[in-house]
Design a protein around this ligand. Structure first.
Ligand code: AMP
Length: 401
C-alpha cells in the first residue's frame, strides 16, 4: 500500500490544513532545538509556491483536553516567522467561527498557526465530531508530523476520512530513508541501544534481536541485563522486575544468532552529579557503594571493533548519563566513530528517538550520520515493525484525493 504525496493533490489557491509536530523542546518560551520546525521548511515552501493558505495544527505537551496557558502554542508565532521566513498569524482556538473568519481574512502564502489541539479532549479520543470541526478550516489535509504518526488521534486519523489527504515532504523523506536503509539492510547490522530503562524499550529489544547481528547495550538498561547475569551492580539504576524479560531476550538472541554485547567495564561514581569523582570497574565487580554512569574504556574498545566490521548501524539511546560530564564519554566516542565510518562510506547509520539526537549532538556527530529521524516513539514503533496509525490512515484514504 502507499499513500498520496503532495503532487497528488490539487493545491493551487487552496486552503491546506497542515498537521505539524511543533511539540519542540522549550523552556520559558525559548526553543532549545529547532530541528522539527526547520525540517518542515520544504513542505512550507512547496505549499507557498502553490499560492495556498496554510493552516498549521499541532499538539504541544499534555494539557489533557483542557485549556492551559502553560501549553499554549502562541509563543511559536514569532519563531515560525523567523524560521519559515513568511507571515504567520495565530488563532486562539483550533476550531470554531473565529478561527474560520481569521483564515478567510488571511492572504495566500501566509500561515495561520492554531492553538494546541490537545486543549480539546476530542483530539486524543480520535473524535469524529472534533475532526469535522477541524475539516471546516480547509480544503485539503496534509500530514507532515512523522513524529506523531504513532498516535491515532483526530488530527492524524479521523481527519483523513474527511478531506483529500496526503503526506508532506518530511513524512515522505522519513519513510523513504528508513525503508531504504533498514528494510533490507547491508549486513552485518549492529543496533546500539541505550537509555534509562528496559521497560520502555522492551518490544524494540525483542524485535531487534531477531533482526540484527549485534545488539550493543549501554546506559541504565544494560544494568538490568548485568543483573540477569548475576552480576552485582552496586547502587546502579536497574529494574529488578525486568530481569526475567532480560533473560528471555538473551535466549531469543541466542536462538536467532544475535550477539548481545554488554559493557565489559563501566565508569562509576558515588552520585549522579556533574564532575563527580569517578573510576573504572569491571562490570562483574561493581563496588556496593557505586553506581554505573557510563560504559568504560574496554567496552568502548570492544564496541568500536565490532562497529568497524558492520555495514549498518541503528542507534537509539545514550550509552550513559550523557548530560553530565564525564559520563558523556562513551556516547561521544562511539558517536564520533559511527560518524567517521559513515563519512568514509563504510557504514550506513540511522539514529532517532527521544534523547538520542541531543546525545549525539554533544560532539556534533549527527550531521555525518546517513539519516537522523525527527521522531521518538514513531521511530521506535517503526523499528518494531508496528503499523503507524497515521500512515495507515493516509494509505486507507488515498482514494479520497
Ligand atoms: P531514554 O529516554 O530511555 O533514552 O533514557 C535517556 C536517559 O537515560 C538520559 O537522561 C540518561 O542520563 C539516562 N541514563 C543513561 N545511562 C544511565 C545510567 N547508567 N544511569 C542512570 N541514568 C542513565
Amino acid at each position: 500500500m502507499s499513500y498520496n504525496t503532495l503532487n497528488a493533490l490539487n493545491l493551487t489557491n487552496k486552503t491546506v490544513i497542515l498537521r505539524a509536530d511543533l511539540n519542540v523542546p522549550a523552556h520559558d518560551g525559548v526553543v532549545s532545538d529547532f530541528t522539527r520546525i526547520d525540517r518542515l521548511i520544504p513542505t512550507i515552501d512547496y505549499l507557498r509556491s502553490h499560492n495556498t493558505k496554510i493552516v498549521v495544527i499541532s499538539h504541544f505537551g499534555r494539557p489533557k483536553g483542557k485549556v492551559n496557558p502553560d501549553y499554549s502554542l502562541s509563543f511559536l508565532t514569532t519563531v515560525l516567522i523567523d524560521r519559515w521566513s513568511c507571515p504567520v498569524h495565530f488563532s486562539e482556538d483550533c476550531i470554531g467561527e473565529d478561527a474560520q473568519a481569521q483564515i478567510a481574512d488571511m492572504g495566500e502564502g501566509e500561515v495561520m498557526l492554531l492553538e494546541n489541539l490537545r486543549f480539546h479532549g476530542g483530539e486524543e479520543s480520535n473524535d469524529m465530531a472534533f475532526a469535522k470541526e477541524l475539516a471546516k478550516l480547509g480544503d485539503v489535509y496534509v500530514n507532515d508530523a512523522f513524529s506523531a504518526t504513532h498516535r491515532a488521534h483526530a488530527s492524524i486519523d479521523a481527519l483523513t476520512t474527511l478531506l483529500p489527504s496526503a503526506a508532506g515532504l518530511l513524512i515522505e523523506e522519513e519513510l523513504d530513508n528508513l525503508q531504504h536503509i533498514l528494510k533490507t539492510p547491508e549486513q552485518p547490522v549492529a543496533a546500539v541501544v541505550g537509555g534509562a530503562k528496559v521497560s520502555t524499550k522492551l518490544s524494540l529489544l525483542k524485535n531487534l534481536v531477531t533482526q540484527v547481528d549485534y545488539l550493543i547495550l549501554g546506559g541504565g538498561m544494560a544494568n538490568t541485563f548485568l543483573l540477569a547475569k548475576d552480576h552485582k551492580i552496586g547502587k546502579s539504576l536497574a529494574e529488578p522486575d525486568m530481569v526475567a524479560e532480560a533473560k528471555d531476550i538473551m535466549q531469543t538472541a541466542n536462538d536467532a544468532n544475535c550477539k548481545i554485547i554488554l559493557p565489559k567495564d563501566a565508569n562509576c561514581a558515588k552520585e549522579f552529579k556533574a564532575g563527580a569523582e569517578s573510576a573504572t570497574h569491571k562490570s562483574s565487580a561493581i563496588p556496593d557503594d557505586l553506581m554505573v554512569l557510563d560504559i568504560g574504556p574496554d567496552s568502548i574498545k570492544e564496541v568500536s571493533a565490532i562497529l568497524s566490521e558492520c555495514k549498518t548501524v541503528i542507534w537509539n539511546g545514550p550509552m550513559g548519563a550523557f548530560e553530565i560530564k564525564p559520563f558523556d564519554k562513551g556516547t561521544n566516542e562511539l558517536a564520533q566513530l559511527v560518524a567517521k565510518l559513515t563519512k568514509d562510506g563504510k557504514v550506513k547509520s540511522v539514529a532517532g528517538g527521544g534523547d538520542t539526537v541531543a546525545a549525539l549532538d554533544g560532539t556534533d556527530s549527527s550531521k555525518d550520520f546517513t539519516y537522523i529521524s525527527t521522531a521518538g516513539g514513531a521511530f521506535l514503533e517503526w523499528l518494531e515493525g508496528k503499523t503507524l496509525p497515521g500512515i495507515a490512515a493516509l494509505e486507507k484514504n488515498k482514494k479520497a484525493a
